[in-house]
Design a protein around this ligand. Structure first.
Ligand SMILES: C[S@@+](CC[C@H](N)C(=O)[O-])C[C@H]1O[C@@H](n2cnc3c(N)ncnc32)[C@H](O)[C@@H]1O
Length: 257
């Protein structure tokens, strides 16, 4: 039997335990340990989602939870430097968890919200630890359904129009650079960047919060007409739940729309 430790980075979808793939279920049933590295207001909900995913999909597996407090990002300086610094500190914490929480030959998992390839640092962190050579480590990535796939599906729309391009970006980048592709998918927007666009008449928006989860809210329409409603519903939902995860597709309107 191999004495290497194995890390599985498993995408578990954006909120609905039914949106977990069969490949992810097989991976969950290999786990001895689940590592938890959450922070912020959504922490309890994210942890409960993982527990529910495991109750449903790996009910017979005895899995230990190893939890680490994750440092907050320094919000005083440059954004990218702050994220890099945070990821370095997360890497240190994660490396300690692997060293102390996972025995030789065991399999540990990180259950990533949505898909690990989209605005998530776990792959970069594990890649770096594996490359350091300090541990006998094997690792795999299992894709998950991302929030933007679920957003498009719940609105019964597509991300791109025929033959056109899509840009996936953040609220911060949208504010700085504006929409650049025919369709723009915006994530991580804490400040309603869509409400600050110069020409709201030119766009339609498909907005969704908590997509796939019981709290889900969906609003779509011409941007100029639905902006106020989204801002209002977003603030109320955030207040009621203590946290919000929302994203949207902005699409340039065709001349006859
Ligand atoms: C750190 S990123 C993680 C994205 C994740 N890896 C994925 O595949 O969806 C978090 C952002 O994803 C979006 N998001 C995640 N879950 C969501 C959900 N259930 N409904 C709407 N947007 C969501 C929001 O824009 C949120 O700010």
């Amino acid at each position: 039997m191999s004495l290497a430790k194995t890390i599985l980075i498993i995408g578990v979808g954006p909120g609905d335990p039914d949106q977990v793939t069969i490949q992810a279920v097989k991976a969950l049933n290999r786990l001895d340990v689940v590592f938890l590295m959450d922070k912020g207001a959504a922490k309890d909900s994210l942890i409960e989602h993982r527990r529910e995913v495991l109750r449903r999909h790996a009910p017979d597996r005895a899995i230990r939870f190893v939890e680490a407090p994750i440092p907050e990002r320094d919000r005083t300086g440059d954004y990218e430097a702050g994220v890099r610094d945070l990821n370095a500190r997360k890497g240190d914490v994660f490396e300690r968890m692997i060293a102390e929480g996972l025995k030789d030959g065991e399999c540990g998992g990180v259950l990533v919200w949505g898909d690990p390839a989209l605005y998530d640092s776990t792959v970069r962190i594990v890649e770096e630890i594996a490359a350091s050579g300090r541990h006998d480590l094997e690792w795999e990535v299992i894709p998950g359904i991302s929030s933007i796939q679920t957003l498009a599906a719940r609105h019964r729309t597509t991300l791109n129009r025929i033959g056109r391009s899509i840009e996936v970006t953040t609220g911060r980048r949208l504010r700085e650079a504006g929409p650049r592709a025919d369709s723009v998918v915006v994530m991580l927007d804490a400040e309603n960047a869509f409400a600050g666009l110069d020409d709201p008449e030119a766009y339609e928006i498909y907005w969704g919060a908590y997509v796939g989860a019981p709290e889900e809210i969906l609003i779509a329409g011409p941007l100029a007409e639905v902006t106020n409603e989204i801002v209002r519903r977003r603030a109320a939902a955030r207040e009621a739940n203590g946290w919000i995860m929302d994203s949207y597709i902005l699409r340039r309107r065709e001349p006859d729309e």
